[in-house]
Design a protein around this ligand. Structure first.
Ligand code: HSE
Length: 453
């Protein structure tokens, strides 16, 4: 080491030795911001006992600081000026809990440039701009903690990055959106329409006023991109995630699924095979006796299959102030320990590439799955043979068929379950089947099926 570097090293070490506390600033005092602040304040002694030094909540910035969150904050902690968090030389860790891609990104990059370590719950920002953020963190030598970005209070990021570090990962799949799971569970239990349950969920505060990200699948896709990047060491690939939401699911399909022995869940799936990873979010039929089929309401659950461990399952609350706050504070504690011990920063995904050789993304057209089709078909001779003929011509083999009811001259539901088939073949076949005169266009349904053949 050159003389100058040695002097700097000694100065850094001395700085850390003299440091008595780690100071935290929070951007955003909404649901998760409140949970995080409450834990930092109310569990301050517990944290100090475990860490051996205090973590001090120095500032919270939000546009609305008049609302009483019933947290005993010291005088001067609240501010409407975000710069008092991002630019305060005394603040070591900036916690970004604003959400979204605009202001949150701007303030996070500003804080990074000011040498602040970052903790965030912002899955959309990481999934869509993660590369830029992790590069900036590396450049400025700061850590990024994002445990709260997936699965709320479930420590899934640590499980993938630390607990399973010895494994090659074969697959990760799970229910990572509580809103959609709540809606599907309610539709299943009560046999009611999607729109009715969504309205109720909004009234109860379980669904956002704009639920598009949740029920459209994008929130699950953001989370899957983060999980897959950790599990397979691939770049954040949000744009490569095939995404379908739950808005097209009807009580009729839920009833047919039940009759066939399945439940419908919005699954986020990342599977590795032959050097490629498939990334998909869509409603999925799962055998009723699978553990994941029993995960109902707002709960989340994630399966990770490691080569050495086999299946491991992580279950818990995927949202809410205190569970998500718990995940945020775990990152604060981890970074605080690194600061106090003088450990180098941990700036994210590249450090936890645990899958060996780089993998490509499998195009959705090449993905194989079993399928459930429901056609609205006229109940007359040869219709089934025409449909099955098209499926056969496209290498799709039928596993079972149900047709119920009879209305002269009207369409009835014709349900077909297939063996494993290729998405490309399925799309081609469906196009042809929708063109048949006996099949009503726009009234048909496709749901992918997971499980043993
Ligand atoms: N909107 C998310 C959900 C919240 O419904 O699960 C946590 O990311």
């Amino acid at each position: 080491m050159a003389k100058k570097e040695i002097q700097k090293d000694q100065k850094d070490k001395k700085g850390k030795k003299d440091k008595k506390t780690v100071n935290v600033g929070i951007l955003g005092f909404g649901t998760v911001g409140s949970g995080t602040a409450r834990i930092l304040v109310e569990n301050a002694e517990l944290l100090k006992g475990r860490l051996g030094f205090p973590v001090v909540l120095k500032k919270i910035a939000d546009l609305d600081i008049s609302k009483d969150r019933e947290i005993a904050l010291g005088k001067g902690v609240l501010t409407t000026d975000s710069r008092q968090v991002t630019d305060d030389p005394d603040i070591d860790i900036v916690v970004e809990l604003i959400g979204g891609l605009g202001v949150a990104r701007e303030l996070m990059l500003r804080a990074i440039k000011n040498g602040k370590h970052i903790v965030t719950a912002n899955k959309a920002l990481l999934a869509e701009h993660g590369q830029e953020i992790f590069e900036a963190a590396k450049k400025y030598g700061v850590s990024i903690g994002f445990e709260a970005s997936v699965g709320g209070g479930i420590p899934i990021i640590k499980a993938l990055g630390e607990g399973l570090i010895a494994n090659r990962i074969n697959y990760v799949y799970g229910i990572v959106n509580g809103t959609s799971n709540y809606i599907l569970s309610k539709m299943t239990d009560e046999g009611v329409e999607f729109s009715k349950v969504l309205k109720e969920a909004q009234e109860l505060g379980y669904a956002e006023a704009d639920p598009t990200l949740d029920v459209g699948g994008a929130d699950s896709a953001h989370k899957l991109a983060i999980l897959a990047s950790l599990a397979f060491g691939i770049p954040l690939s949000y744009k490569s995630v095939y995404t379908e939401g739950i808005t097209g699911i009807t009580p009729l399909d839920i009833a047919f699924a039940s009759e066939l022995g399945f439940k419908i869940k919005l699954l986020a799936i990342a599977k590795a095979a032959d050097g490629q990873v498939e990334l998909r979010v869509h409603p999925t039929m799962l055998p009723k006796d699978y553990l994941i089929s029993k995960v109902d309401g707002v709960m989340n659950a994630i399966f990770v299959n490691g080569q050495e461990t086999g299946d491991t399952l992580y279950y818990g609350r995927g949202a809410g102030d205190m569970p998500t706050g718990s995940a945020v504070v775990s990152d604060i504690a981890g970074i605080a320990q690194r600061i106090m011990s003088g450990a180098p920063p941990k700036s994210g995904l590249a450090a936890v590439n645990i899958s060996g050789a780089p993998m490509g993304i499998r195009p959705m057209e090449d993905v194989e799955s079993m399928y459930y089709f429901r056609f609205a078909a006229l109940d007359r001779p040869k219709v089934l043979s025409r449909i099955s003929g098209v499926l056969g011509e496209n290498n799709i083999s039928i596993a079972s068929v149900i047709q119920k009811g009879r209305k002269e001259g009207e369409a009835v539901p014709l349900v077909i379950l297939t063996h494993k088939a290729r998405e490309k073949d399925v799309r081609r076949a469906l196009k042809k089947i929708e063109g048949l005169r006996a099949v009503v266009t726009g009234k048909n349904c496709l749901i992918r099926v997971e499980g043993e053949e």
